[in-house]
Design a protein around this ligand. Sequence first.
Ligand code: MV4
Length: 505
Amino acid sequence: MIKKILIANRGEIAVRVMRSAREMGIKTVAVYSEADRTSRHVSYADEAYLIGPASSNESYLSIDKIIDAAKKSAADAIHPGYGFLSENAEFAERCLKEGIIFIGPSPESMRAMGDKITARQRMIKAGVPVVPGTAEKITSERKAISIAKKIGYPIIVKASAGGGGKGMRLVTNKDELWDAVVAARSEALSSFGDETVYFERYLESPHHIEFQILGDQFGNVIHLCERECSIQRRHQKLIEESPSPLMTERLRKEMGKVAVKAAKSVKYVGAGTIEFLVDKCLKYYFLEMNTRLQVEHPITEQVIRVDLVKEQIDIANGNKLSIKQSDILQRGHAIECRICAEDPQNNFTPSAGIIRHITEPLGLGVRVDSYVYDGYEIPIYYDSMISKLIVWASNRKFAIERMKRVLHEYKIVGVKNNIAFLRRIMDSKDFADGKYDTHFIEKQLESLLKPVKVSKKMTEDVAIIAAYIDYMINLEENGQTINISDSRALNKWKDFGKQKGVLRI
Ligand code: MV4
């Protein structure tokens, strides 16, 4: 029985995992880098260990340092979260060797799915549809051209060790083919240390739909329905929802069965995700399997009403799955928006710095998975995602209305963020109609970025208020006792704003 879990991760997912552990009466151990001393995941844990400098390679990616912290704290299990070491088979193997439970699948399952060519071959053997393409790696130009001709253009060159769009090249005719192979190879080599590439037929406007699965140590596997993840930018998902607006009951049943078959074929244990590309005719193809808990797991938790982290821990404890496939019913509709400290108006550049003020939304049907707080300084070293905003409602229309309401309530001052951008997406007609594919953001980018129209009068009024605040701050800095927290000073400012007709407080 697991009594103490070390979370080999940081930020919101570390907090998320600790929350379930605490509910289960399990002690939690945080690890943190020098840049993360003030992170919520450190203060939330029962114990915390400094494991190195800010650089991920010397902290969250250091197997030795994490194993060392697990031993010092006498943790009996490690939860890897997502990213970092979560899909590293060597890490899972090391945990086993050290007698520590790795909360995830076996190193063998991870290896089978980590290499795309291997995964494709295993899926073909298991009878899972894959995108038409090569089953073996590309070696010579002459062979490449003849293989490509058989598949038919457009073709996508992919790195076998790849993920997240790295080492991928789109090719529309044979004259571009070899240059693309050479470029993809060198990118793959520098990113993954493996230059193996292969071909797939390129699907023009696919949906990205994934199925959550759970497998126990006794060979039982169930699926927990789908997540629609097509709203993404440069392979970073931005909005996910469940159910998918594209899905029919028949298709869900069929794809769910295929997802279970895929997981069973690699003897999968734990929580995992089967990703599919789905075309306009609703033909679906296996894309890859993620052998970890995913960022967007909360929308599944909301519609299926399960705690996926608790399920992961139960499975790792050697328990049989407590839910049967027939118990699984998607109820209502959930949407997740990823809140990022980045500037959409400036090519989505990350915006590190101090959060001067934050108000998180509350109320019916709202969940915020976060790790930041008032005064917290967002470090520059890691991902720009600072929280996930999840809503649940009885149907899609109400879920969108609720998401608009909570994006209105969410206030972050001090760092640039994508809240207004997310609101634009929620306001778009195509999103409301569920008419979108993986190209939605790139196609709509211009209208999603259009600056808000501000009248000349409003600009003037804001300038007057700004000048007045500046005047008060100056008085204070010059030692005159106008305290900004002094209610009279505040009221004076409020009266001024009200008089100008631009304040409604
Ligand atoms: C594809 C594809 C079209 N056809 N494969 C992108 C990331 C990597 N996991 C696989 N990706 C794609 N593979 C074929 N044969 C289009 C994409 C793709 C994509 C997939 C899912 C979500 C967003 C995407 C954005 C651009 C391209």
